[in-house]
Write a protein of this length. Structure first.
Length: 246
């Protein structure tokens, strides 16, 4: 079950909240309910009103208010809207899916480490250091368009799918764990990949500016997607694995 939260919460009587039908929508797979979450023009009362069956909270695109101590511990998925850009100090310990919207650009160092997140998506503007940030439990990790920070040894050893956005263009030497199966680079990436691709990777995708040799990719890589302007000579054992995209 999911619940969608808007910018302001106009009604101020929590006892009535669980009997009214609008405007906050709980989207369920099997059973669909409508709830009005109530607070005094902010979100501080939400925690006591959210039904115990709710597992996924989706914040409206206009929502940009502090969420400290308002998210119940039973929530496993959080999806923030476009405008949310508030500091985060604590998240539910059982959280597995976390998605930030376009505007979020706050440091979450040490905050996420205390969770069991498996799917982590940063929005368009996020461009903070990820040192002491990504939980070891993370399997799918997506960065937004503006992210362009050094990776170091910050990618956990359980990540299988790694996505970079438009601006990322950092050396990845020693940065990719031997768990990654799929990696996508964005428009700007143009660094050498020689001795940088672990044998676990089976699928790779490069952006328009990538202009490095691919003859060094491990034989374990099954598919390589490149821009149609890519113009390097390819060895026979590589060319059969390369596909061109527009």
């Amino acid at each position: 079950m999911s619940i969608k939260v808007r910018k302001t919460i106009p009604y101020n009587n929590p006892k009535i909240a669980q009997t009214l039908d609008v405007p906050f929508l709980v989207i369920g797979v099997a059973d669909v309910h409508r709830w009005r979450l109530v607070a005094n023009k902010c979100a501080i009362e939400i925690k006591d009103i959210i039904p115990s069956k709710v597992r996924h909270i989706i914040f409206d695109d206009d929502f940009d208010q502090p969420i400290e101590d308002i998210i119940p511990d039973f929530i496993t998925r959080l999806t923030f809207g476009k405008k949310f850009n508030q500091p985060i100090y604590r998240l539910p310990a059982e959280l597995t899916h976390l998605t930030f919207g376009d505007n979020f650009d706050q440091s979450v160092a040490n905050v996420l480490l205390r969770t069991t997140i498996t799917h982590l998506t940063f929005g368009r503007r996020f461009n903070k250091s990820i040192s002491n940030t990504i939980p070891r439990s993370t399997i799918v990790l997506k960065f937004g368009e503006m992210f362009n920070q050094r990776l170091g040894y910050c990618i956990p050893p359980n990540v299988t799918h790694l996505y970079f956005g438009h601006n990322f263009n950092q050396d990845i030497m020693g940065c990719l764990p031997n768990s990654i199966e799929y990696i996508k680079f964005g428009f700007s990436f143009n660094k050498s990949i020689e001795h940088r691709i672990p044998p676990s990777i089976t699928h790779m995708k490069f952006g328009k500016r990538f202009d490095q040799t691919l003859n060094c990719v491990p034989v374990t890589v099954e598919q390589i997607l490149v821009h149609h302007k890519y113009n390097h000579q390819l060895d026979d054992n590589v060319i059969s694995r390369v596909s061109v995209i527009c």
